[in-house]
Write a protein of this length. Sequence first.
Length: 456
Amino acid sequence: MKYDVAVVGAGFSAIAVTINLMRHLPASARIAVVGDDPGFGRGTAYRSEFHLHRLNVPAARMSIDPDAPEDFLDWLRDHERPISGSDFAPRSDFGLYLRDRLAALLRERDSRAKVDFIKAKAVGCLDIGPETTLIRLDNGDGLAVKATVLCLGVGSAPLPLGHDAIAPAARAVIVENPWRLSWLSKVGRHERVAMLGSGLTMVDQVLALRATGHRGQIHVLSRRGLLPHAHDVHHGTPVPIDLPETDRQISKLLSHLRRNVRAGAPWRAVMDGLRPHTQNLWQQLNEDQKARFLRHALAWWTIHRHRLAPDVGVELKQLVADGTVRVHAGFLQRIEATDPGVTLTYRKRGTSGLERLSADWIVNCTGMERAGIRHSPLLQAMAARGQLQGDPLGLGIVVNGQSQLVARSGDTHAHIYVVGALTAGRFWEITAVPDIRVQAQGVTRSICAALEREPA
Ligand SMILES: Cc1cc2nc3c(=O)[nH]c(=O)nc-3n(C[C@H](O)[C@H](O)[C@H](O)COP(=O)(O)OP(=O)(O)OC[C@H]3O[C@@H](n4cnc5c(N)ncnc54)[C@H](O)[C@@H]3O)c2cc1C
């Protein structure tokens, strides 16, 4: 089968690219969208049905189209959702919005590029000519395409513990991938749950547990024991940040931000003011500076930058205050099977002393995988053939400034693009909708220009 473009993936990145392509390619073009996720366009993030699983970005910044910033708000209004631009809509609503916007374009079938949705996983991506790539599918089919956009997301991070440090009998109560929400129904109402990781994934899982009637003790263990901050109810205007031109040392940049806060600016507004600069700033850092940031500042960056919806923050605070959620800072050493349940041994942060926690369930909430290719047989196959190179700091795979894939040799695959968190090594801030939608638009422009240049 021949196509102009193959979009591989079934999450937000794939839907954003597909919508952009449908808007901008001529009606004669053919697009294949390859994915085996049941809720196309929703991915892990937007398929949750829990009301308290809110967006962590205000509704006014969640339009799929950066040039039509009101679009999500219009959808909310049309569907009589009482939500303003500074509110945090349920993630399930965002999933429905994406589905509706795609469906509207698909209905205009005579004037739009033709799209085939192919329910499969891509397992190979081979250049078979200067202008053609062959996408191999796990159902045995192959697609010959002129341009490919890999929108594969990243998998969930592995447990922060070696295989030998986990007793085999304990494995039955370890939930390695909490996004498969079926684990919730197995937990007894008063059973003890230990969450590994204290970020947004943990908060999601705690709220989901409570919503399903769980009333037992929840322990949270992470290296620093830091919880995410919440957005301000009175969402402030971002403070414009005037960064020093020359110095890109992390400590100096941090001092600069702190000075703004000391001068009276709310810290949230300072963080939001930094946002437009982040991608450029990241690209100006050298490898050492980036590594230092990841080593020393990442945990702090994450809790200030990726914040909770205000009412979710209130709920979490309450659960911590009443002792339902107990937070521990330390380094997990081993997990043993005991009767009943399991025991987690960890080294308390700042000490050499070992502490123990008892639980009936352990949930891996360490979030998204940073290294990026462990979860993907497709990327592993491409890496084995030298078609890609892992980012030196473990942040996905190497792409150039136009999001085109860079091979191990350093050559660019001009027809293979990557969109989403896999490109964090190049762009850093590229996991959330406000950034991915801009990247999807840029990639679409490049593809349209390349296809236009082609001889008929
Ligand atoms: C729980 C959660 C909540 C979030 N909340 C927000 C939020 O409120 N606001 C915000 O801006 N961002 C949020 N994010 C960030 C989120 O990651 C992005 O908004 C966006 O959903 C990422 O989409 P994606 O398509 O890049 O990745 P994913 O959603 O991970 O989708 C990747 C897709 O690719 C498919 N795939 C992988 N390999 C193959 C293959 N070989 N062949 C075919 N298909 C393949 C997978 O099955 C999957 O469907 C959240 C993330 C999570 C996990």
